[in-house]
Design a protein around this ligand. Structure first.
Ligand code: IMP
Length: 423
């Protein structure tokens, strides 16, 4: 069955939105399986820059059905606003957007709680979108499923509980919407979302059985995964490829390939360890050339070099079968490119992220300088058009991971992608 998962191999912002948009050309379904409006997909189509937080990137391909899986947490207001914006752009959503009735609601109260916690000791630099508190409510069975929005009694009960919890966390009554008022707003959202609710699990299963192409669109990145990321500096959901199954409701057999998306240098937003973080003018250069500002929060991203131990780890825990590299053009103009080829940990040299997450703060990268390239062609049509050192940089990543690179993105537009021939 041709199900492909697209996952980020770093701390998010690898360019998954563009990758999904490119691969969706041949996809029948694009389905998101985790996260919420903490994600931000930037797409550039014919010079227009579009940012979506909840709607899958496949929406721009007229023949693709887009689905939001049960593993997601959705802010109804943001969702309705994005749907309206898509419709204004001439995207017809009827029959093309299906939202799992099992996905959970992110409320105002979750956002307030997120904000309050970020003012205290233990802040991790979240996106303030209420993601952690919403997943907490889901896990403790106090949450609200999107499919229940039409049931006034359920909505009022859930909102009252969330309101009380926000007060207990230190929110003042004046900053909170009264639960009754929010329930009234939700009645309106329920009506607008009702036509789009459906059984995503069953639709994807049926599609796969009929031989349709399904793309599972990951959010965030491997090192932000709740279980296998740089805990506690992570998001509150599973971001690995395996979560595509639990976040949609299909068995592991539904996945036949895993595309790992890798930016050819590294960035991170928010707090937490970052072994290959650069400093000074180098950061400014990467940030400026790579436009490294968060699509969701506008925060400047921390920037650094390619981290092969982290990449080998990400390839292993996701079962990556092919790589899609992004932003190769951004590295142009550097004489030498530092790359971390291993970590020194307590006097030993290791090849992968160590098991205890806290160690990531204490590792010391061992760098190798790879030859850079001065100029990059404006509009390369094939991999052969790239400078020799850039080709070698790509081949080195293949050798280090044992995974073939299938495509390289060489600019922001969806056309700026070259296919890589096998070695
Ligand atoms: P939360 O997901 O808003 O709770 O944030 C938890 C951590 O994940 C913070 O460090 C965020 O900056 C990071 N994060 C969440 N979503 C994204 C994303 O889409 N790209 C990059 N970082 C993200």
């Amino acid at each position: 069955m041709p199900g492909t998962v697209v996952v980020g191999l770093q701390w998010g912002d690898e360019g998954k939105g563009k990758v999904v948009d490119v691969l969706a050309e041949n996809a029948d379904f694009v389905v998101r399986f985790a996260g919420g409006a903490n994600a931000g997909h930037t797409l550039v189509v014919e010079g227009r820059r579009l940012v979506f937080h909840l709607l899958p990137s496949g929406l721009l391909r007229a023949k693709t059905t887009c689905l939001l899986g049960a593993g997601m947490v959705l802010c109804p207001e943001t969702l309705v606003e994005e749907m309206e914006r898509a419709q204004e752009l001439g995207i017809d959503l009827a029959g093309r957007l299906v939202i799992s009735a099992r996905a959970h609601v992110v409320t105002e109260y979750h956002k307030v709680i997120d904000g309050l916690r970020e003012q205290n000791e233990g802040a991790i630099g979240t996106t303030l979108r209420g993601i952690g508190p919403a997943y907490e409510d889901r896990a403790s069975r106090r949450g609200l499923q999107i499919g229940a929005l039409g049931s006034q009694k359920t909505v009022e009960f859930a909102l009252r509980g969330m309101y009380e919890r926000a007060l207990r966390e230190g929110a003042s009554r004046s900053e909170l919407v009264e639960p009754d008022e929010l329930a009234t707003r939700y009645r309106d959202y329920a009506e607008r979302l009702q036509p789009y609710l459906g059984d995503v699990s069953s639709l994807v299963h049926r599609g796969l059985v009929e031989g349709r192409q399904v793309l599972f669109e990951g959010a965030q990145g491997t090192l932000l995964d709740l279980g296998f990321g740089s805990y506690p500096y992570v998001t509150s959901s599973q971001t690995l490829s395996a979560a595509a199954c639990t976040g949609v409701g299909v068995g592991p057999g539904a996945v036949s390939s895993v595309v790992g998306v890798l930016k050819v240098y590294t960035t991170r937003v928010g707090l937490g360890p970052f072994p290959t973080e650069a400093s000074g003018a180098e950061v400014e250069r990467l940030r400026r050339r790579g436009a490294e500002f968060g699509a969701t929060t506008g925060r400047p991203r921390r920037c650094g070099w390619l981290d092969l131990p982290a990449l080998r780890y990400a390839v292993r825990v996701n079962g990556v079968t092919e790589l899609f590299l992004t932003k190769l053009d951004v590295l142009s103009g550097l004489e030498q490119i530092p790359v971390s080829v291993g970590y020194h940990v307590e006097g030993r040299l290791v090849q992968e992220v160590p098991c205890a997450p806290v160690d990531l703060d204490q590792v010391e990268p061992m760098y190798e300088s790879l030859p850079g390239w001065a100029d990059f062609p404006d509009d390369p049509r094939s991999f052969r058009d790239l400078p020799e050192a850039a080709v070698e940089y790509v081949r080195r990543i293949e050798r280090e991971t044992g995974v073939p690179v299938r495509f390289v993105s060489v600019g922001p537009d969806r056309r700026q992608v070259v296919a890589v021939s096998p070695q």
